[in-house]
Design a protein around this ligand. Sequence first.
Ligand code: PMP
Length: 397
Amino acid sequence: MFQHVEAFAGDAIVALNEAFHRDTRPHKVNLSIGIYCDEQGQVPAQHAVCEAEQYLAETRQPKPYLPMEGSTSFRNAMQELLFGAGHEVLAQGRVATVQTVGSSGALKAGAEFICQWFPSSAVWLSDPTWDNHHSLFESAGLSVHSYPYYGADGGLRFDAMLETLRALPRHSVVLLHACCHNPTGVDLTPAQWQLLIPVLQQKALIPFLDLAYQGFGDGLEEDAYAVRALAQSGMCFLLANTLSKSMGVYAERCGALSVVCADAAQAERVLGQLKSTVRQSYFSPPAHGSRVVARVLEDPQLRASWECDLTAMRERIRSLRHQLHAALTRRSPERDFGYLLTQRGMFSYTNFTVQQVRSLRETYAIYLVNSGRMCISGLRADNVERVADAMAAVSVG
Ligand code: PMP
């Protein structure tokens, strides 16, 4: 019956992570998957999340289906986190938000929405981007292309990016990482967003923001700059976000898709269509994670505790960037490792070739993604020097 079913090639990063866990070398270092690990190499269980879970266990919440659009308190909490409490787009009822199964679910729901209501629109992704962006949009039936983004000098090809976007047909969808670009760590500055937005507007393009790392760059408010600048411009746009990384609730699948519309009546209709998409797919989202997230964000003490943990994560990543930069500069003073300091968030792009990445893995038990992407949070005070030794060695070899 199923003879014709083809094998699934798998997800390269997940496969690499599994290979890391099978590796028996005690000094191995995992700089591959985009999961925040602490100095002990563990995914931290945040105090606020544990407290919220305990509260939920004690208050024994019943478990009927959530509405198709998800929990109201979770959706409101997401909107405030993204736009800031009382933002005019919220006050005017112009944002349609649905709770989704992680931001992967948000991207997919957004892709299906685009496919149905803008069937001739293609999607443009940064070159490079998170691998799964390609599958999520292609599998929804959209054609996917790339715009220039990362330059070999470790910076942004901003002029080339703008030139490509200026030439796109009306209603092309432009996927933009709102902060902490995955995989390069290269972001637009606020001034560059201010130059980009008029181009999007004049060409009637549809921005689709992906905000997976809010709080990992400069702070919760600062990292929402692109969201608020687009909202301020009066444009309509889509926005996928997730708490997977910032609250360490990867397995709970807590994401949202928000669509900013021209007015409240449009938002109402768009929300209806998003509910219809959910109904055709999984009917209603899971409750537990959304209750945990809403509790953390609504309770002032838990929220403060979460923000404190998030700040510590951000500062630790920054400190690791400086430590690795210093260690590499000591070994190769003639080379410029400034990219480690200017790139933001959990990832940096090393420009290592596939051969160098393989050599790091096979010879030194240091795991990077084949593209040369390094997850900075896998570094620790006690492995930075060894990683720098290995990086210097494969650079020479
Ligand atoms: N967007 C980007 C840029 C990501 O890096 C990720 C996770 N790696 C996601 C979306 C998906 O996140 P989630 O776990 O919430 O599905």
